[in-house]
Structures are given as C-alpha cells and as structure tokens.
Design a protein around this ligand. Structure first.
Ligand code: C2E
Ligand code: MG
Ligand code: MG
Ligand code: MG
Length: 282
C-alpha cells in the first residue's frame, strides 16, 4: 500500500508537459505508421449545381482507419500532422489518391482536394500537384484545390506567386470556409479564386435568420461581380437549398444530398441521382 502510494506520488510529480509530449510522440509514430501501411482513406462528398441539381464533382475528405475499423475525423489528427510536418507526405498521398479516383468518374466531373497551409507553403508543392496529375493522367481542369484563409497570413507576394504557379498548371483554386478566418477582402482582389466556399456556419441559419441571409447574399454577390462560383457547404435542409437558390448561389454540398461516401459507392450514387433528377442524367 505504501509502495503504491509512493509510485503514485512519483507519477504525480512527473511533469504534465512530459506526458503530453509522450502522447503526441505516440500519435506522431502512429501517423507515420498509417502512411506506411496505407491506413488512410478518402471519402467523397458530391457537389451539385444549385440550378440543375447535377453533380459537378466530389470533395475528397480524409479519414484515418483505426485498428478497430472505425474512421477518425481530420479534426483529431490534422493539427498534429501539421505541427510535425507529416501533413506534407499525407497531403501528397491525398492528391495522388484523389486524382486516381476521379479518373474513374464520368465526363468532366471534378475532384476537390483540401490543402493545408503548411503543405501549400512548401516550395515543392507545385511539383507535387504536377506529379499527381501526370501520374494519374487526370486533366488539370478537373482538379480543384481548396485552400483556407490561413494561407493569407504569409507574405502576400509569396502566396500570390504560389497561387499563380498552380493556376498555370490549369488547376482551379477554391477559398474554403470563407468568412471564418482572416477575413480581409483585399486578397480577393489580389488573387482571383475560381470558387468561394461559404462556410456552413452561415448556411445553417439561412432559412431562419435575416443576418445569415444577408451575409450569404453578400458573398454570392461578391462572387458574381468577381466572376467566381459560390459553393454553400453543409446544406442540410430543403429550406436552406431554397434560400440558396433565391440568392443565386451556384453550387451546394451537404448531408441533404449525401454524406461523404467511399469511392466504391460513387457509381451507385450517380445512378440514383440521375434517376431522382432527370435533368442531371444528360
Ligand atoms: P471542409 O473542407 O470545410 O469540409 C467540409 C466538412 O463538413 C467535412 O468534414 C464534411 O464531412 C462536413 N460536412 C459536409 N456536409 C455537411 C453537412 O451537411 N452538415 C455537417 N454538419 N457537416 C457537413 P470532415 O470530413 O470532418 O472534414 C473537416 C475538415 O478537415 C475539412 O473541412 C478540411 O478542412 C479538413 N480536411 C479534410 N480532408 C482533408 C485533407 O485531405 N487534407 C487536409 N489538409 N485537410 C482535410
Ligand atoms: Mg474543403
Ligand atoms: Mg469547407
Ligand atoms: Mg468547413
């Protein structure tokens, strides 16, 4: 009993910092292991044209497969992957895998890939994108890279140069989670994104709250005058979709249409939407 107390006391005085660092180190090792053993997987969530309800493409969403078969969400491991720099290798795998998957989809359907600002900052990033396209044979116009406002925290000349190098490859660029981060509008002038993705927090209250409607309307208007598409994320209800249609939002994504699905379910999903919305069948 005394001995156990002694050990407990010793553990108690072990610096808390150390325990946290050990846990992070263990997660880092597990992340490396996951890369090596292909324990990451991508789910795909459809993007639809608001006017026709045609599927225009899918966004690739990363999952980490655990030994018990469950899939961990990005929020639980992306921050550590960014801190350790492992996001660069993980992101490279995501790019290759997403381009390869998109090649199996019909026509001009595009794939959207999320890019961490840590990954974006690497001078080699443009080469990674070029290699992923070349290896898969996917047309660059079918790839859309989603960046967030955090990339704008860097020297803007460097950011604009990097975005222009990506644009020169023929890929499209979307500003993800618009309005939630470092929301200076001036960067929309310095760099013409192809798409503005309106964060779910604004979409959610669209049918109930006038202020949400005003914000979404303003973003859509901004997109229209700057020649950018506007995609509403997190659309869950018919009322939200009706609201988006009213303000002229061009694209939508959310549980109303589909949760993120594994790649093997994509053909069935496309077949079922084609019959649900004949306009989509073409
Ligand atoms: P995001 O890019 O804004 O992706 C949209 C998130 O909203 C996804 O969460 C998606 O599952 C979720 N979502 C979609 N429709 C609805 C809806 O109707 N209602 C609700 N409540 N949620 C909806 P997820 O998959 O957990 O991803 C979270 C974030 O993790 C993404 O946000 C993105 O920033 C990041 N992420 C995902 N995959 C990658 C990746 O491959 N690389 C990097 N760097 N980040 C990624
Ligand atoms: Mg995204
Ligand atoms: Mg988003
Ligand atoms: Mg979001």
């Amino acid at each position: 009993r005394a001995k156990a107390d002694g050990r407990g006391a010793w553990r108690f005085f072990e610096p808390a910092m150390d325990a946290r660092m050990q846990e992070r180190r263990a997660t880092e090792i597990a992340l490396r292991d996951a890369l090596e053993h292909r324990n990451f997987t991508l789910l795909y969530q459809p993007l639809l044209d608001v006017g026709t309800l045609r599927v225009s493409g899918f966004e690739a969403l990363l999952r980490w497969r655990q030994p018990d078969g469950t899939l961990s969400l990005p929020a639980t491991f992306i921050p550590l992957a960014e801190e350790t720099g492992l996001i660069v290798q993980i992101g490279d795998w995501v790019l290759r895998e997403a381009c390869r998957a998109a090649l199996a989809w019909p026509g001009q359907m595009s794939v959207a890939v999320n890019v961490s600002s840590v990954q974006f900052r690497q001078p080699r990033f443009v080469d990674q994108v070029r290699d992923a396209l070349a290896e898969s044979g996917l047309a660059p116009s079918r790839l859309e890279l989603e960046v967030t406002e955090t990339i704008m925290l860097q020297d803007s000349a460097v950011v604009v140069a990097q975005l222009n190098r990506l644009r020169a490859l023929g890929v499209r660029i979307a500003m993800d989670d618009f309005g939630t981060g470092y929301s200076s509008l001036s960067y929309l002038r310095s760099f013409p994104f192809d798409t503005i993705k309106i964060d779910r927090s604004f979409v959610r209250d669209l049918d109930a709250r006038g202020d949400a409607r005003a914000i979404v309307g303003a973003i859509v208007g901004l997109g229209q005058s700057l020649g950018m598409r506007t995609t509403a994320e997190g659309v869950e209800t018919e009322a939200e979709l009706a609201g988006l249609r009213r303000v002229g939002c061009t694209d939508a994504q959310g549980f109303l249409f589909s949760h993120p699905i594994p790649p093997e379910d994509v053909p069935d999903f496309l077949a079922s939407t084609a019959s649900a919305f004949p306009a989509a069948a073409e």
